[in-house]
Design a protein around this ligand. Sequence first.
Ligand code: CTP
Length: 411
Amino acid sequence: MLKGKKIVLGITGGIAAYKSAELTREFIKKEAFVRVIMTKNATEFITPLTLQTLSGHPVFTDMYAPLTDFDMAHISLAEYADVILIAPATANIIGKIASGLADDILTTTVMATKAPVLICPAMNVNMYNNAVVKENISRLTALGYLFMVPGYGELACKAEGYGRLPEIPDIVEELESILTPKDLKGEKILVTAGPTREPFDPVRYITNYSSGKMGYALAIAAKRRGAHVTLISGPTALSTPRDIKFIPVASAVDMRDAVMEHLDSATVVIKAAAVADYRPSLRSASKIKKGGGGLDLQLERNPDIILEVGRKKGNRILVGFAVETENLVENARSKMKKKNMDIIVANDVTKKGAGFGYDTNIIKIISADGKIENVPLMSKMAVADRILDRVKKIITSRQSAPRRRPAFRDR
Ligand code: CTP
């Protein structure tokens, strides 16, 4: 989470400099601490006053100006930063950093810091493709500087191509990832999310209220913690998360096939999808026209994906969900046992703020050893981290379990 994190934002002289105002607002909204450094050229595009107002602190533009931010008086910006973000970054600033130049407050701060530095280039497409810029980016990448690839589209100079500042939510997400400890590195986590659609003619289907938010939160949180994530998702209105292998599916049968195809490489499987238990037995090739009376729909059972995964589980950790409206714990426990899960997340959807569609959830995490953890109302991202903490505990306990000695045998 960016809450409480110290971000030093470096703004350089490109037309996208105006977007850094929105970026600063976003960081403040997320309760991060922001200090802004602007190069002299950046102040030609946007005023320091704008950034001072939004960040709530004086903006650093001049290395030799008397200090006005007394919080900073004896802490250098380089030491203060949990992360330094340069957005937008011009070809000039990239060239200066790559050449080891430190002749203004931004380049000196970058050179002096031990914090990660994320650089978001934004410039004309030909400049971005220039061999010198490319070489500077490769050189800095090899030295451990982090870069985001610019967005594609129409640029301020009317050319089209890669050169736009990445979208603000994508920059925020990249920082979240950079600042999250990588305690799930090496894990391959398969997550299913969203509803499934079970069609009965070309224009109609049956489905459920799942929004996919819980599964997407789990996929994003696992990615931030360093796992390699595959997200198999039914149709949702959510945007596709970055840096995650994304496999869109529609029906329960499609989802089952995708899960089985990717099961071999997974070390953890989290089944957050609300799979439809039934599908129409017949699917009309043409639209069903209305007649005089009603319409009878015959339904048949869909494959139970988690049951199949449970049978082929091996050493994998299997996490399932139980959506219930009554007898939450008993129903969840019996599902966990029947389907060979290690953890079941029990979700009482009758509670306000829990389950389908909400950005929050209230859950109980029940593990096979009988432990129940009550997780009160919190955001689905925070809930996701609590579930992953439990997964991590199982991984750690398996790693530290003493190897079985060969049994002593009487001769
Ligand atoms: N699930 C699945 N395949 C299905 C149905 C459910 O993999 N065809 C998974 C869900 O992703 C979830 C878990 O099973 O992780 C529990 O789903 P739920 O619908 O609550 O349980 P069911 O076992 O289907 O029981 P019931 O509908 O009778 O409550």
